[in-house]
Design a protein around this ligand. Structure first.
Ligand SMILES: [Zn+2]
Length: 142
């Protein structure tokens, strides 16, 4: 098991559902990073049994909004001087743009190129979003 304290200054994304780690890794473009990054899969977790983790030895400006879409249960830890200085829990954003795409084949957003894919949160409890163009409901959990 890698030690969380091996990071001097950076970000640790913890409690990622097993299997979701690589999605976040790709979304943040970490496969192209020129600084130290680690993707740890299936680490043991008291809370979830297993979890994925990402460690980033760099101060990057990450889009937390988009992380919540992939995995609402994850935690972002900001590390300074090898200590956690801030813990950020995810909440679903009211609006999301260009993160998910509408599944309705007749929706204007699926046929028009260069269109901004816009969704609005309609049900926080059930993680439901609605397409701004055609009102198609999108279930984040499913
Ligand atoms: Zn739509």
């Amino acid at each position: 098991m890698l030690n969380i304290n091996s990071i001097n200054k950076g970000i640790v994304i913890d409690h990622i559902k097993p299997g979701h780690g690589h999605l976040i890794f790709e979304m943040l473009g970490l496969d192209k990073a020129d600084y130290s990054v680690a993707l740890i899969m299936n680490a043991s977790s008291k809370k979830f049994g297993k979890k994925d983790m990402i460690k980033i030895e760099n101060v990057i400006d990450i889009d937390l909004t988009a992380l919540a879409i992939i995995d609402i249960d994850l935690t972002v830890n900001i590390i300074e001087d090898q200590k956690i200085v801030e813990k950020i829990n995810m909440t679903l954003p009211e609006y999301i743009e260009n993160v998910i795409k509408c599944k309705n084949p007749r929706c204007i957003s699926t046929s028009e190129r260069n269109i901004v894919h816009k969704f609005a949160l309609v049900d926080r409890e059930n993680s439901l979003y609605k397409c701004e163009y055609c009102d198609q409901i999108y279930d984040m959990e499913g």
